[in-house]
Design a protein around this ligand. Structure first.
Ligand code: ST9
Ligand code: ZN
Ligand code: ZN
Length: 342
């Protein structure tokens, strides 16, 4: 079996796996031994991260104040929107749909572009991001899920980045096959030089361009183009783990938490259709209906398929979706279909 086939198979089985998690042979425990999944979750705060997030939010709030008091040049606003879009697509089309799920194939120029864009977003290296995300899919809402939504909105949203991971995340994460990414020199290069690369692309470049080329004040450039942009990107992404795991319909599988959440889809470039995505994680659209319905990422991938840089886009047949809806949906599917605009 080739790597994508293996991934596709494991993706297809992911919801099944989720239900079998506790009883798989590798999880069998000896008498008296506590299963790692059952170790109670504790909060071991990493104060360095708390401090950095406080710093980020203070400077972002000042960036917001500068915007609402008309102190940001329109050129800086356009530049910041461009960089935000770049970072967002680096996560959605890059780390998520390409590297974590292998939902399509990409030629070298597109891979280079996506690595650059993903670095701009500063959400950990592609290797770390994909490993956490693959564990999240396989062990959703258990102690092995890095952002287990059963631990509440705040933990799933950003709390998980401010404390040590549950031992089950590390243990189960080690069993996740990462050989495909580890075989990609580009991914390992980004992981090795992540700190300087991220400092240059996510902080220095946005600030410097606004200050040097656009004539923005240095502090405004820093607070707006760098800090506020980064902070906004993080919250848009985190909403997928928090809001889209807590609120919304379950047209494809009512037994799982991930939900269809339009608000999140709007802010997260099409990543809010999360019930569909957890059921059919290999679909490059991460949604069923209206390929471009609040789903800019699908349009982005389609564009690159059109110019030949992306190919083998994987999706799901109508029949497969309908069968699944009939078997496990919560009955909200028809309403979704009727309200589709595209
Ligand atoms: C950020 C990421 O924000 C956000 C991800 C969101 C995902 C959303 C997904 C939804 C779908 C996509 C939607 C996109 C929408 C985009 C819209 C855009 C508009 N498996 O981590 P350490 C082991 S990042 C296996 O230090 P601690 C491993 O040996 C924000 N093993 O654990 C590792 O060593 P190495 C910026 C694992 O000490 C070792 O443990 N970044 C796994 O518990 C130590 O790892 C930050 O804030 C695993 N999964 O610390 C950084 N994990 O890596 C925050 C760990 O060498 N991170 N191991 O192999 C940290 O500081 C720490 O990770 C920590 C935990 C404090 C959270
Ligand atoms: Zn999820
Ligand atoms: Zn996913």
């Amino acid at each position: 079996q080739s790597q994508p086939e293996k991934l596709l198979k494991s993706s297809a089985d992911s919801t099944m796996t989720q239900r079998k998690v506790a009883s798989s042979p590798q999880d069998e425990k000896k008498e008296g031994e506590v299963d790692i999944m059952d170790i109670p979750a504790t909060v071991d705060i990493v104060w360095r991260n708390v401090f950095l997030f406080v710093y980020l939010h203070v400077f972002s709030a000042y960036g917001l104040y500068l915007l609402f008091t008309g102190q940001v040049l329109w050129q800086t606003v356009i530049w910041t929107a461009l960089i935000h879009t770049c970072g967002a697509l680096g996560i959605t089309a890059g780390a998520h749909r390409y590297w974590a799920h292998k939902s399509y194939k990409a030629k070298l120029p597109l891979k280079l572009l996506l690595v650059f864009m993903q670095t701009v977003s500063f959400q950990n290296s592609i290797h770390e991001w994909s490993r956490d995300h693959r564990v999240h899919h396989k062990y959703s809402e258990t102690n092995a899920d890095p952002h287990n939504a059963k631990r509440g909105f705040f933990f799933a949203h950003m709390g998980w980045l401010m404390c040590r991971k549950h031992p089950a995340v590390k243990e189960k994460g080690k069993q996740i096959d990462m050989s495909d990414l580890e075989a990609e020199p580009l991914i390992m290069f980004q992981k090795k030089y992540y700190t300087p690369l991220v400092l240059m692309t996510s902080f220095v470049m946005p600030t410097f361009v606004a200050w040097f080329f656009l004539g923005e004040k240095f502090l405004t450039a820093w607070c707006f183009a760098s800090q506020l942009r980064y902070c906004f990107n993080l919250h848009c992404t985190w909403l997928v783990n928090s809001a889209a795991h807590l609120w919304g319909d379950h047209p494809y599988d009512k037994a799982i938490n991930p939900a269809e959440n339009k608000g999140v889809a709007i802010f997260a470039f099409g990543e809010g259709w999360h019930n569909y995505h957890h059921v059919f994680p290999w679909d490059y659209k991460t949604a069923e209906l209206g390929r471009y319905r609040y789903n800019f990422t699908a349009a982005f991938i389609d564009f690159f398929a059109w110019i030949g840089w992306a190919y083998d886009l994987k999706t799901v047949s109508d029949k497969m979706v309908r069968d699944r809806v009939r078997r496990t949906g919560d009955g909200s599917w028809r309403h979704e279909k009727e309200s589709a605009t595209l």
